[in-house]
Design a protein around this ligand. Sequence first.
Ligand code: FES
Ligand code: FES
Length: 183
Amino acid sequence: MRDWSVMGRGGGSARSRADVRAVPAELQVRLRVNGVLRELWLDPRVTLLDALRERLGLTGTKKGCDQGACGACTVLADGRRVLSCLTLAVTCEGRDITTIEGLGEEDGLHPVQRAFIACDAFQCGFCTPGQIMSAVALLAEGRAGSDAEIREFMSGNICRCGAYPNIVAAIRAVAGELGRAAV
Ligand code: FES
Ligand code: FES
């Protein structure tokens, strides 16, 4: 139960003010980014997006709206897609982060990257890293059963160039390849 006795008039108290002062300016954060352990000292308010772009130089992840509305900043955290603009870096302590830079394999591009090129699934390319990261997760989630399902589960990724039909075609092509490989 909350100890109301420490609350002063107006909601403040000596203890809560001391707690605020005790918050350190920077915290140590260990992230495994694209398979490499990275240790950073960060202001607790720094987003994962800014840590990746400004501190680690991984500018493939894009900042579109910076408020969770466009999907341009999508990365994978322990294999699940997250909006890095809405994720505080300190909450990712010990997690595996994959960005577009870490997606390719030793012998070349990831199948989803190849399919985006083959299907001409981008115009300006600004949304493309987020689209590809989201598509990789969608395929792993088994959500590419139909064009409608792909559209629904890609709906958090906005493309101002309107490349949606080709994005769906690219994902459908990879889903088909995966299906054939599984037979
Ligand atoms: Fe994160 Fe738009 S930049 S959702
Ligand atoms: Fe330009 Fe999607 S390709 S915003």
